[in-house]
Design a protein around this ligand. Sequence first.
Ligand SMILES: Nc1nc2c(ncn2[C@@H]2O[C@H](COP(=O)(O)OP(=O)(O)OP(=O)(O)O)[C@@H](O)[C@H]2O)c(=O)[nH]1
Length: 344
Amino acid sequence: MRQVLQHLEHLARLTRGKDRDSLDVTLVEVLRSLLDARSVALREVLVEDGVDRLLTRGQLEEGMTAPAAPPPPDALSALPRLDADPEAAEALRARHTRVHAGPNGYRILVPVLTESGRRLLIDAVRDHEPEEYQLRVVEGMARIFENVVNLLDASERDTLTGLLNRKSFDDTFYKVTRGAALASEGRGQRRADDGTYWLAVVDVDHFKQVNDRYGHLIGDEVLLLMARLLRGSFRHDDRVYRFGGEEFVALVRAGDPAAAAAAFERLRRTVEAHPFPQVGRVTVSIGFTRLRPHDTPADAFERADRAVYLAKAQGRNTVRCFDTDIGADAAPAPRESQGDVELF
Ligand SMILES: Nc1nc2c(ncn2[C@@H]2O[C@H](COP(=O)(O)OP(=O)(O)OP(=O)(O)O)[C@@H](O)[C@H]2O)c(=O)[nH]1
C-alpha cells in the first residue's frame, strides 16, 4: 500500500509540470527515488550535419541534492556523439529498455520517442540489478512523461509547420530579456556573446501570388519548406516561431549587429537559392532588432516589423535592422499591414 501511494505521488508530480524544464527535472528526481539509483540522466538526441549527438537535459549524480543540466554548448559539435555510446545508440534503435551489467553497476536505458520526432533517453545507473517490477514501473513513468511531452508539444506548436507557436513566445521572451537585464546590471551568467538576443520577423515576399497562381496546397508546402530552412539556419538553442500566416519570427543569440545581420543574411540567401517544387524561386524580407533589457514582446515585435516594412519598401529579398537602419530613437509607427494578423 505504501508503495502504491508513493507511485501515485510520483505520478501527480510528473503530471503537474507545465513547462519542459521542470518536467525534465521532475522525471529525473522521480526515477532516482524509484530506482534508488546512483545517477539518473535524461538525454536528448540532437542532429547536426547528419551526426546524432547527446544533449543532457537533466541529471542527478551521487551527492547532488537537485538535478542540474550542464549549460548547452554554443555549437552542437561540442556534444558527445551518439555512436560513441553504443549501448545508448542500441536502446534508441531498438526502441526498447535495455539493462547492461558493467564494472560500475547496472545501467538502465529507457528510450522515450515523442510524436513530434524527438528522441529522448533515460539513462540510470544503480548498484544492484533492477527487479522486473521496478523496470515496469520505470517504463510506465516514461510513458506518462512521453504523454505529457506530447501534450506540451501539441499546445506549443503550429500544426502546419511544427514550429513553435505564439503561445510559447512570451515565456521565452521574458526569460531571455530577464537574462539580458541581469547581464547589463553585471549580474547573472555571462557567455561569450554576452547573452544578446535579436528578434527577427521573416516575411515571405509576394506570397499572395504563390497562392493565387499555384493554389493554397502548394502555398502550404512552401510554408513547410520555409519552416525547415529556418530551423536549419539557426543554432539549436535559437527559437523559430510561426504565429500564423506567411510571417515567421526568430529569437536568435548573437554578439553584435554584424553577427546577427550575418545570420539573417545567410537565411535570406538560403531561401533565395532553394528550389521550391513547382514554384521555383521564393524570397523573404527580414527585419530584426536587438532585444533590450526591459522590452515587451509587443515593442520588440513592432521594431522588427518596421524593419521588415523598410525591407519591403526597398525592393524585398533583403535584410534590414531597426537599430541601425531606422534608428533606436525613432518613434513607434504602426505598420499599415499589421491588421493582417492579430498579435500581442
Ligand atoms: N497557403 C497559405 N496561405 C496563407 C496562410 N496564411 C496566410 N496566407 C496567405 O498569405 C498571403 C499574404 O499576403 P499579403 O500579406 O498580402 O502579402 P504578400 O503577398 O506576401 O506580399 P508582401 O508581403 O507585400 O511581399 C495572403 O494571401 C494569405 O491568404 C496559410 O496558412 N497557408
